[in-house]
Write a new protein. Structure first.
Length: 133
């Protein structure tokens, strides 16, 4: 009887161990469920802030900013014979009629032709002068 009693005790101890293990496993599962819910709440909060920040950024980009007219000071940095046109946040320069260049520097087309004509004239005179010698 002693052996049978020992076997029953061992069986009861094993069942108690199984119950204890099941309790611990269920606690771990509950903790994991709680962590999962906390994670989901954090994701929702972060998503909310990102979404609202994007909306606020969109609003701030849609707001009209005060533009400074660069053309009012020193012709906006354009040449004196150029037209300065104010644009949002900047300006453009374009040479006036009779001038060529990028607008920051404008050369008179007439001066160019005059210079070309003079250089050709001087070149021809030099050639004739060398031929006569």
């Amino acid at each position: 009887m002693n052996v049978q009693h020992k076997e029953e005790e061992i069986t009861v101890q094993r069942e108690q161990q199984h119950v204890q293990i099941l309790k611990e496993v269920s606690h771990v599962i509950v903790i994991l469920d709680i962590l999962e819910m906390v994670f989901l709440v954090m994701v929702m909060i972060i998503g909310f802030f990102i979404f609202n920040r994007g909306k606020n950024l969109k609003k701030s980009l849609n707001q009209k900013s005060t533009d400074i007219n660069e053309c009012l000071t020193n012709n906006g940095g354009c040449a004196s014979n150029a037209k300065c046109t104010n644009t949002a946040g900047s300006r453009t320069c374009a040479c006036k009629a009779g001038y060529s260049g990028d607008g920051v520097t404008c050369n008179g087309i007439l001066c160019f032709f005059f210079f070309f004509f003079c250089s050709c004239l001087i070149s021809n005179v030099m050639k004739r002068f060398k031929k006569k010698k």
